[in-house]
Design a protein around this ligand. Structure first.
Ligand code: M6R
Length: 608
């Protein structure tokens, strides 16, 4: 949510800021801005509503050879997307870019009576506050920043420069990520390490409550209470190819098509198909601790929540005496839920930065419950704060709609369940089929992705005219239907909702008419016959039914059928979800919408 970049060094700051912002544009894309300072401190501030391309147009007329600067791409929280509300915000000689939310900004604003506010943002309050402590350079910039931050309630990742000190930058974080890239005669800043690739692979991940004063060859970190922190330089694992489209028109399609490989990365070294066992080292639980587990809480938002729901259906099938509860983080963080003894909480997040999920993690830890991360982004806040974890290792997911992360999150959680079951002595006759299918899944996914895209594209074109869709499934196909509906609504703006098929006649069946189509996920096996009867009920009411199935015998006269072959049975819903992902993609392309950056959304939701 919003992207921050900063540069100080020998090279052209504007160039890095723009290229860095482009990398981060998927995080927020309402407006953008940069400010650079020349050696005397003279500032060049450029801001534009909309995409970075608009900012580039302004930059073409304002090229500078400055060597320090900060930039921001915004996802609006306070105040509409506009040039005035775009960052950097200025107060006297101070310029600030900010990610997060200043919750007490109204109270702070009321105190800053001397300052003439121009924007509606909470971030401008921060700039004014810092400036009030700075007093035209009477005090060091870092001191002014610290004084201001001590008064702030909320979350922030910030970068600050001053016209009076063009040789340094101050950055700080609390609840919003900030990475410092250590280069040769240059230091870079970003809210996401991907912006640093191609410049340096050496990064310092700032922790909450830390402030850093940065020069072109120096990084000095302290806590807000002035305690020195020794910087830990880590290697950035991602490479440039992973954040480029690689010949695809859109990241969404690239990421869907990457799933055979990304799932292989999730499984690497963790699955022994011959023995029918899995091994996860990351959670850090001993056999005795695993045996004691009686309750799992799975916490996530959006797609991560759906992944948890789907995994829970599997885990409870083979893990005796363990209850599984799947919760939406934004709700759970404010509930007074009792977590029984002998529980483990799985904290699921692609980005590892989702504010609600992070808040749940912290609440759960307060109760003394062991937390295990199911995270993709390496070194992210959630990954660092959980007691143990399993990285899903799918590589960067750039498109706002989550795809490859979902598949791997489900399997990573199922593997965690299998680890518990193994420790509890569940027989390999029970667990073996799961392990065998998990090992076979990457290839099965490849086969589906080799065959279905053209057919799905054709069907998607036919249904792109609908404004309403109902996704339906039973058992494991139900959470999969929820995920399919989320995908369609978020990228194509079709009003798509999922229902447990058995629930249809308890209300939603009333919706069925020519404005809707019904997307049914129909795995062979569990509850197949019952779902077929449910389809009959929809057909009897004139429904426009599309069925995705791996059942050979399916022969109802529905409008469209997408058939999946292959050996996969248990995890067939994951293959059906590929169809849902492709369907959402092709409907969106047919409607000519922005596939990777749907309106109103951002990739990583670091505000509440
Ligand atoms: O980074 P996270 O996995 O914590 O993100 C959670 C949700 O914000 C995310 O899955 C969101 O729902 C996606 N845009 C869905 O495609």
């Amino acid at each position: 949510m919003c992207g921050i970049v900063g540069y100080i060094g020998d090279k052209n700051a504007q160039n890095f800021l723009i290229s860095g912002l482009k990398r981060l544009e998927y995080r927020g894309y309402d407006s953008a801005g940069i400010v650079t300072l020349d050696d005397s401190g003279k500032a060049t501030l450029l801001r534009a509503k909309g995409k970075i391309a608009n900012l580039e147009e302004k930059l073409a007329k304002a090229k500078r050879e400055d060597h320090i600067g900060i930039g921001h791409t915004r996802w609006a929280t306070h105040g509409e997307p506009s040039e005035t509300n775009a960052h950097p915000h200025q107060a006297g000689p101070i310029y600030v870019v900010h990610n997060g939310i200043i919750e007490n900004y109204k109270e702070l604003k009321a105190e800053l009576t001397d300052f003439e506010f121009k924007s509606e943002t909470d971030s401008e309050v921060l700039a004014a506050l810092i400036n009030s402590f700075y007093q035209d350079g009477k005090y060091p910039l870092a001191n002014a920043v610290v004084q201001a931050l001590k008064l702030v309630k909320g979350t922030y990742g910030i970068a600050v420069v001053s016209e009076l000190a063009p040789e340094e930058m101050v950055v700080a974080r609390s609840g919003s990520p900030l990475v410092i890239g250590v280069g040769h005669d240059e230091t870079l800043v970003a809210s996401d390490a991907s912006a640093l690739l191609g410049h340096t692979k050496r990064a310092i991940y700032l922790n909450d409550g830390e402030v850093a004063v940065i020069g072109k060859n120096s990084v000095e970190i302290k806590t807000l209470n002035a305690e020195p922190v020794s910087a830990k330089v880590e290697e950035i694992e991602t490479n440039l190819a992973a954040i480029q489209k690689g010949g695809y028109d859109h990241f969404l399609l690239k990421e869907i098509m990457e799933q055979p490989e990304s799932l292989k990365e999730t499984l690497r070294g963790r699955v022994n198909a011959e023995e029918g066992t899995v091994h996860l080292g990351g959670p850090g639980l001993s056999e005795a601790e695993l045996r004691k587990i009686r309750h799992l809480v799975i916490v996530g938002c959006g797609t991560a929540y759906h992944a948890g729901l789907l995994a829970s259906y599997y885990i409870e099938r083979f893990t005796p005496e363990v209850t599984v509860e799947v919760v939406i983080a934004s709700e759970y963080r404010y509930r007074s839920a009792y977590i029984p003894e002998d529980s483990v909480a799985l904290i699921v997040s692609q980005s590892g930065e989702t504010a609600d999920t992070l808040a749940c993690l912290r609440e759960i830890k307060k109760q003394g419950v062991r937390t295990v991360g199911i995270v993709n982004a390496i070194g992210s806040t959630i990954a660092r704060e959980v007691d143990g974890g399993t990285y899903v290792h799918v590589g960067p997911e750039i498109s706002v709609a989550s795809t490859k992360a979902f598949t791997s999150q489900v399997i990573a959680m199922v593997m965690f369940g299998l680890t518990i079951a193994q420790a509890k002595g569940v027989k390999s006759a029970v667990l073996g089929p799961y392990v065998k299918e998990i090992a076979a899944l990457p290839e099965a996914i490849r086969m589906v992705l080799d065959v279905v895209p053209k057919e799905v594209q054709k069907i998607a074109k036919k249904y792109a005219k609908y404004e309403h869709a109902i996704y339906l499934g039973r058992d494991t196909a139900y959470p999969t239907a929820m995920e399919g509906a989320l995908k369609l609504k978020e990228v194509s703006y079709v009003d798509a909702n999922a229902y447990a098929f058995g629930e249809l006649k308890h209300g939603p069946l009333a919706l069925v008419d020519d404005r809707f189509f019904e997307m049914v996920l129909l795995p062979a096996g569990v509850l197949y016959d019952k779902a077929v009867s449910n389809i009959q009920e929809v057909l009897a009411r004139g429904g426009h039914v599309v069925v995705v199935t791996n059942a050979d015998g399916f022969d109802l006269p529905v409008e469209s059928v997408i058939r999946l072959g292959g050996e996969i049975e248990i995890f067939a819903p994951l293959l059906m979800n590929l169809v849902s992902q492709l369907f959402a993609y092709y409907v969106t392309v047919a409607k000519g919408l922005n596939v990777d950056q749907p309106r109103n959304l951002a990739k990583s939701v670091t505000v509440e």
